[in-house]
Design a protein around this ligand. Sequence first.
Ligand SMILES: Cc1cc2nc3c(=O)[nH]c(=O)nc-3n(C[C@H](O)[C@H](O)[C@H](O)COP(=O)(O)OP(=O)(O)OC[C@H]3O[C@@H](n4cnc5c(N)ncnc54)[C@H](O)[C@@H]3O)c2cc1C
Length: 482
Amino acid sequence: MSILTDFQQVKPFYDVVVIGSGLGGLTCANKLGSIGYRVLLVEQHHQLGGLAAWFKRGDHIFDVSLHGFPHGMIKTCRKYWNREIADRIIRLKHIRFINPQFQLETTYDRENFTRILVEHFRVDPDTVERFFTTARAMNFYDNHSLKIKELFDRFFPGRNDVARFLLEPITYANGSTLDEPAITYGIVFSNFMNQGVYTFEGGTDLLIRLMTDELLKNKVDILPRFRAEKLLIKQGRIEGVYLSSSRSGKNGGRCLVSCRSVCSNGSLLGTIYHLAGQEHFKEDYLEQAGKVRINNSSCQVYIAIKKDSDIPFIGDLIFYSESGEFTSESLLEMHTKSRTFSVYYPSIRPGRLPRYFIVSSTNANYRDWEGLTPSDYKAEKNTLIENTLLSLEKLIPDIRRRVCHLEAATPKTFERYTLHWQGASFGTKFEGLKVSTDMSFQIAGLFHTGSVGIIMSGWLGAINYGIITSNEMDKLLKKNAS
Ligand SMILES: Cc1cc2nc3c(=O)[nH]c(=O)nc-3n(C[C@H](O)[C@H](O)[C@H](O)COP(=O)(O)OP(=O)(O)OC[C@H]3O[C@@H](n4cnc5c(N)ncnc54)[C@H](O)[C@@H]3O)c2cc1C
């Protein structure tokens, strides 16, 4: 029930070892700890949170993935974390689109979207109503053959501008493209349309601190800076986890922790092929796993504003693009003309020094970055920063004068800090969900949770999936105990 600093403090036996402290892993560990299981949470990084990450530069704190999530997060956090966390979730009301096809501001909810679709895009109100009803009615058990582009063609034929308005933010939010099953769009879009876009007041650092307090209260042992290397599997059943630490001296080394079950919050394919080893899985499962596509990665540019300077209010979240038309592919290009700006005003961290910062995010392909020489990699990072500033100048003309710190992250950065294959920002594509949920039918006691399958993705999806997995683990542990 504490943050452990070396493996001598690790107990010889746990009911559950959770590998990875992303939002899915944290939630799963917390739920199982709260109902009395002996839980060890292992994280290879020194900081908990996974992609729910932050970092400090001087007295600036940058959030990596705190751009927006749906209203459902309030209920989920109240139910599965605590009221203090839930009460800090606040709405972002100024969402802007700036591109050659249209420029508008929205509160990003169904009522406002309906008005914009009817008044700005001149779509027939009945069509809009039917579109929303269709998207809302989609669920996981539906036929998955309908593609997003077919859904849009059915309701808004020939309207690339409408497709851009409806899909661009969701493509940033979970990697959906026009060729993805429509259900992956319908569920996530409807979640946002329910009541808009929300953020966490206080920043990711506070969120993870509050979650850590809750884990400790629920007697979860937390072991940062230890990496799960291999699972001990005997006769198709989990028996333990080999851990290693990069720390030097007596705090470092390798150890085996015995346990009844494991929840991996790391890369889905990494769990199958590296942690477990494919020899433990049946042929047909491996065949399915072989078809799982990794989701795309991201690039970000972190922009801090000098402490004696500020910026005008330009909106909270800005979907900015200089591309004449919307295509899913163009969002992924290395030198894309499309990016989102998340603007953090001092109100995001009340009580701290009043600081402004901006995070620019673009979707990205790992393959564009992986093979670069060190000097080309550095040059491409500089190009990314420069292109970002060129776009931002259109919103704040003298931005360069106000900036005190600029830094870029690439797919390789995300890979390095989370061990996600290809630096995936949102786990896998849709087909990953079934492979993830079926893992426990292959190896008794081995579960997976975290961002997979587009729906179970993002902050809300990862937390909800953490709860679903903890319930499955609880069932198994109870069954084995009786
Ligand atoms: C740039 C960017 C912006 C984003 N913006 C948003 C947003 O605005 N809203 C939103 O809802 N979502 C956003 N997301 C997505 C969201 O952050 C993720 O979907 C979610 O945080 C993933 O949680 P997870 O449970 O899958 O775990 P992850 O965050 O993927 O964490 C997995 C953890 O497991 C650890 N780990 C892996 N292997 C091992 C091992 N062998 N041993 C020990 N530890 C291990 C890793 O170090 C990591 O801490 C964004 C993502 C990115 C990259």
